[in-house]
Design a protein around this ligand. Sequence first.
Ligand code: GUN
Length: 282
Amino acid sequence: MSAEVIYGKDLAAEIREEMRQEVARMKQDGIIPGLTVVLIGEDPASQSYVKGKKKASEKVGMKSNLIELPASTSQEELLDLLNDLNKDVGVHGILVQLPLPDHIDEQAVIEAIDPSKDVDGFHPINVGRMMTGEDTFYPCTPYGIMVMLERANITVEGKHVVVVGRSNLVGKPVGQLLLNQNATVTYCHSRTKDLSAHTRQADILIVAAGKAGLIDGSHIKDGAVVIDVGVNRVNDKLTGDVDFDSAAAKASYITPVPKGVGPMTITMLLHNTIKAAKRIEG
Ligand code: GUN
């Protein structure tokens, strides 16, 4: 089998155009969705990510504000800022870029964001709502994967999904969202014995381990759907967790890196911000 490639980049462009039209309609009712992104420190990768978020939100017509603070910012200062943003009626969505400097307790920061403005979907209240199958803000990368599957007309119900990776950002939540849609879900991780024995059972294989080349064609059942969430830099080149060529020879569908899942993440952040604005403005 030779796989059909699902380009998240093209899907993201399509969805962002739909959003641009929606934001234009909201503006006629006097509502401009507003996203505030907070960046602590000067990590180049984080700086590049947040600039991408700001640019994308402005492109669909949203209001976007980037607050950049030095790495020396104390936890108390950050919590005070979040308290102000929680109260600011012009701010519908708040995102604090992770990772944070070591002296700041990441979980305390996540929990300080008003759950109704938590467009990352990281607050325990939103995580809990996702677990119980309620409508809430879902984390952007897992949500982007769900939308990719849906738009590619790939049915999830009854399928055996194997998730490789168990991070709070991707692995755990994507498994939960798939379970909510009646998939049978297996989680594999760094301590899993005989990884390929599990991955070869997958109708849909989601790889979010952060290890270049972890998965190749020998791990994949003929006709499986392969979603590569890995973002690794190898010899200055961006590459996923999946060896694309050998995997594409086995799979029915596959996502590339770059231009695959990545562009969907920011798209779902914009989606969540529009949703927050609609909820808050009622
Ligand atoms: N750092 C890497 N990915 C993310 C994300 O989705 N949200 C936030 N806040 N920080 C990140």
